[in-house]
Ligand binder design. Sequence first.
Ligand SMILES: *Cc1c(COP(=O)(O)O)cnc(C)c1O
Length: 347
Amino acid sequence: MKSGQFVGGPQVAALEEAFAQYCGAAHATATNSGTSAIHLALLAAGVGPGHEVITAPNTFVATVEPICYCGATPVFADIDPVSFTLNPGRVESAVTERTKAILAVHLHGHPADMDPLAGIARRRGLALVEDAAQAHGARYKGRMAGALGDLACFSFHPAKNLPAIGNGGMVLASDEEGHAACQILRNHGRRTWDMAEVVGYNYRMDAIQAAVLNLRLPELDASNARRRAHAERYFERLAELPLRLPRESGDVEHVFNVFSICTGRRDALRRFLDERGIRTDVFYPVPIHLHRAYEHLGYAEGDFPEAEAYCRETLALPMAPDLTDDDIDDVCDAITLFVEQADGASS
Ligand SMILES: *Cc1c(COP(=O)(O)O)cnc(C)c1O
């Protein structure tokens, strides 16, 4: 605050350098949110009116909005029922003449299956963009989320694995050209103070958020390790119950921004836990193609059976680095009791 540098400046530049290095990416542009990071990445990928961008229906609306900001059309492809991320086969069949990019969501911190997606992108001449808003520190075949596509987008919203004390985001770019586009568009389309080269945006990060993130970035690995330890405890305690637990695909390191189980009795279990003071969440109850705002795209219920089943059954159990083993055990005890009572009632 004494420096008087409130927007952009050395704290933001230091964060860009440190975060790019952490992810093993070439270039970074800090932004004022994850949503604007996705918007910049799509613009940098050349997405514009008349184009289509393929993404998953089971995500936060912020994945899809920026496609529309670009004047392009969101096209959904169904997910793989184990990783809950884009099914590359479905993506392949959704590609048309108008497709410009694939926007892969690393849902809940589990990286999408990027190698086959990169293969499709290469063969069809598409950009591959990561929505890594929930996946800081996740790994895919030894490589970090953020360095798996042409461009990658992060959020530093307080609910994410690397939390600011407000909004913030980042675009990582693998090439100079994409990076330059992000830099110019973030700052009112200007390369120099006096001249707007293109119509840009005010998507700059506040220095106070960068200062907080510079302090927190060195703690990210330890905090992800706590999340993974909690997940391990859930796996051990819940393995025998009739629930579908999240799974790590081979050679993936999940960072569990959310620990989400699937059960056909989702709403009953949620009420049962709520009555015992255990707060759960549902990310996300309605797939994007069934939101009112996206009716004009012309999709209907039944179009994406795996994503729709996921949205019907998903339940996010308590997950945060500062939970204790006892907290996790309390949740597992309550879920076990729910299953026993349900079994008793049905026998
Ligand atoms: C949080 C989130 C975003 C948007 O990030 P904001 O910083 O809230 O704008 C985008 N995509 C996904 C998958 C998210 O979880």
